[in-house]
Write a protein that binds this ligand. Structure first.
Ligand SMILES: NC(=O)c1ccc[n+]([C@@H]2O[C@H](COP(=O)([O-])OP(=O)(O)OC[C@H]3O[C@@H](n4cnc5c(N)ncnc54)[C@H](OP(=O)(O)O)[C@@H]3O)[C@@H](O)[C@H]2O)c1
Length: 322
């Protein structure tokens, strides 16, 4: 009994420290995850639901009526959704992962920097008692794609969030066409390659959701950003094709055309207007996926802005310095 109590205090302390502020250094938070987990819920003889596993997260949700030995267990369904996040160290991917973890989803964080992702996973475990795994993935390294698909195939209710991209300055790409090719390779060819690996897995799981992060830059090629814009325009077409292919399998594909938001990608860019927080875009992604929307703009006002931009006649558009 004493050891149970001790472990629960350890868990409460972790939650308290996580809630005390995100200003805590990441290393400090990940060291805290080494504390023992509260296991009250697991010890209960009668499960709350036949398909559920109980994990005590001291979250003040009372399940006293179901025979649980404590009154503060969090239910984590054994058949919870799993979100595979591709490019999981992107600011948007991190914010999306936090939402998914908060809703009780399992997470597979896929990206190039696995050490950074391990820290992110530890943080999600601390804050949300989430079940998180890390997997190596590089969009431009096809040899990493098979393992990602195999890992996803092991999940009962797989979902996919595709968030990776790179956006070098247009001027740099004009001086170095190789850089332009690399951008198209990562953003478009890489996306096509990994999606073609994942589609058979998703087709076999009715009800799965896919979120693909596009950009308003893909709606019309502009002088200041046309290579990145072209990669996103291609991604939009890819998303549309995947949506048609997966429709009969009951899988939704949501394309989120995002406007500029606060992240490493826009950090050094000047002259950007209407920059919003990454949390706002992550909320839009989450909500659109839950509603199984096909195409959304984030923030929504971009739908009308881009409608106007697309309506500008080409003879005039080519004269604009935008
Ligand atoms: N920020 C904006 O204003 C904005 C606007 C519209 C759309 N978007 C789109 O929103 C998504 C997320 O953007 P963000 O600003 O959050 O991104 P970010 O913070 O700049 O991060 C981009 C991520 O893409 C990953 N990545 C790049 N090349 C990769 C590759 N070959 N394989 C695997 N991962 C790769 C990077 O991984 P490493 O950490 O390993 O480099 C990084 O984690 C992107 O698709 C972007 O195009 C962004």
């Amino acid at each position: 009994m004493l050891s149970r109590r001790t472990s629960c205090i350890g868990w409460s302390a972790r939650r308290w420290i996580a809630a005390a502020g995100s200003s805590w250094p990441a290393t400090r938070i990940s060291r805290i995850t080494a504390l023992p987990r509260c296991i009250h819920g697991w010890r209960s003889s009668a499960p709350c639901l036949p398909t559920s596993t109980r994990i005590c997260a001291c979250s003040r949700i009372s399940h006293a009526d179901c025979g649980c030995v404590t009154t503060s267990c969090r239910l984590v369904a054994a058949d919870a959704d799993t979100w595979l996040v591709l490019g999981a160290s992107a600011a948007l991917a991190r914010a999306f992962a936090r939402r998914a973890a908060d809703k009780g989803a399992r997470l597979l964080l896929a990206g190039r920097d696995t050490a950074d992702l391990a820290d992110a996973a530890a943080d999600l475990r601390t804050r949300f008692a989430a079940d998180v795994d890390v997997i190596a993935f590089d969009a431009t390294a096809p040899e990493t794609h098979g393992a990602v698909a195999t890992r996803l195939a092991g999940e009962k209710r797989p979902n996919v969030m595709l968030a990776f991209a790179t956006m070098p300055a247009q001027r740099e790409m004009e001086h170095d066409p190789g850089l332009a090719a690399a951008t198209l390779n990562a953003n478009l060819a890489g996306a096509a390659a990994i999606l073609l690996h994942l589609l058979p897995v998703l087709e076999s799981r009715r009800g799965a959701r896919v979120v693909i992060v596009g950009s308003v830059a893909g709606d019309r090629g502009r002088r200041r950003n046309y290579v990145y814009g072209a990669s996103k325009a291609g991604l939009h077409a890819l998303a549309s094709g995947c949506r048609s292919r997966l429709h009969r399998a009951g899988v939704s594909v949501t394309l989120v055309k995002a406007g500029p938001f606060d992240s490493a990608m826009t950090f050094t860019r000047t002259g950007l207007r209407g920059v919003v927080t990454v949390e706002r875009v992550a909320d839009d992604c989450w909500r659109a996926a839950q509603r199984r929307r096909s195409v959304v703009y984030s923030p929504a006002a971009w739908r009308w802005i881009m409608w106007a931009v697309k309506a500008i006649p080409e003879p005039l558009f080519k004269r604009l310095d935008i």
